[in-house]
Design a protein. Sequence first.
Length: 335
Amino acid sequence: MRIAVTGATGFLGGAYARRALREGDEVVALVRDPAGVEARELELAGARLVRGSLADPNEILEAARGAEVLVHAAGLSHRASAEALYATHVLGTENVVRAVRAAGVRRLVVLSCADVTLCDADRVHWAEDRAPVGRPVGEYARSRLLAEEIALAHGGPDLEVVAIRPAWPWGPGDRSRLPPLLAEALRGGIRLIGRGESLLATAYVDNVVDALVDATERAEAVGHAFYVQDAEVDEARVFFEQLSHAVGVPAPRSGWPLPVERLVAAWRERRRAPGLWVADVLQRGRSSCFDVGSAARRLGWSARTSRDEGMRALAEWTARCGGAEAIASRRPPPA
C-alpha cells in the first residue's frame, strides 16, 4: 500500500513512517528540508521524499498522488506563535483536505491530540463525546481542535477520515517535547504542580503508532476521533520519577499549588518568557485519564507496550544519543 505522510520528520509521524516501511508499505514523505538529518534517515530507510510544506496544496498533492492513505502528522509546539499555530494546524489541514480530494486518496488519518479538550478542570474518564464548557485553553488546543473538526467535517463517501487523540506522548525518538523537559530536569528536576498528585495520562510512541496503523485499516473507525493512552495511569509525580530515572536526571521537585502556578504561568506566557506556560501547568496539575473504550471497539486497539518496556527503550535510546545533556541541547527549528 502506498501511504503519504506529513510530519514524517517529527516524533510520532516519523515513528509511524518507519513502522510502515518495516511492514512493506511504500511511504512518500512531505518534508520541508530533504537534506535534514531526519529526512535523510527516512530516505535511507526506503521512503521517497517530496519537498514541500503545508502552505501549498499543490506540493501536498504531489506527495499524495497515487496514495491510498495519507497520515497527517505535522504539527507545532504550543510555544509557537498563534499565527504559526493557525497557519500550520488549521490552514495546513484545509490544504491537506484539498490535496487528498484532488489526488483521490481513499482515507485521511489525522494525528490530533488529547489536549483538544484541555481545560482548567480534571478530565477523568472523559470519552470523545465529552467537551469542556467553552473553548479549550490556549491557542495550541484551539487550533488542534479546529483542524480535527475541519478534517472530520470533510469526510464522506469519497474520503474516509479518522482522527487519533494521543495523551501526553513520550518515548525514544522524541526530539521536540523531550529536549526542553530534560533541560528543565537538569536545572534541578522536572517541576511538579504542588506535590504532583494529579493523574497524568500518557501515550508511549509505539502505542500511538499502533493506533495510527489501526486507523488506516479499520472500516469501523471512519468518521470518528479516538483517545489513546497507556494502560498505566499514575500520578504525575510517579511518571516523571520513572522518566527521570530512565534518562539519568535529577528527580522531580515539588512546586507551588495549582492556582499560584497558573497565575505565574499566565504572566510568563504573556511575555513569552522561559518556564512553564498555562498549558504546561494544566497538563501537569489537572488530572487526565481518558476512556479508550471506543478505540478498543472500533479500532481493535489496545496499549500493547507497557510503561516498563517503554522506559527501558527510552533509557537505551538516551544512552545512544550521548545522554540527557546531549538531548537537552537540541532545539527544534523555529516555526
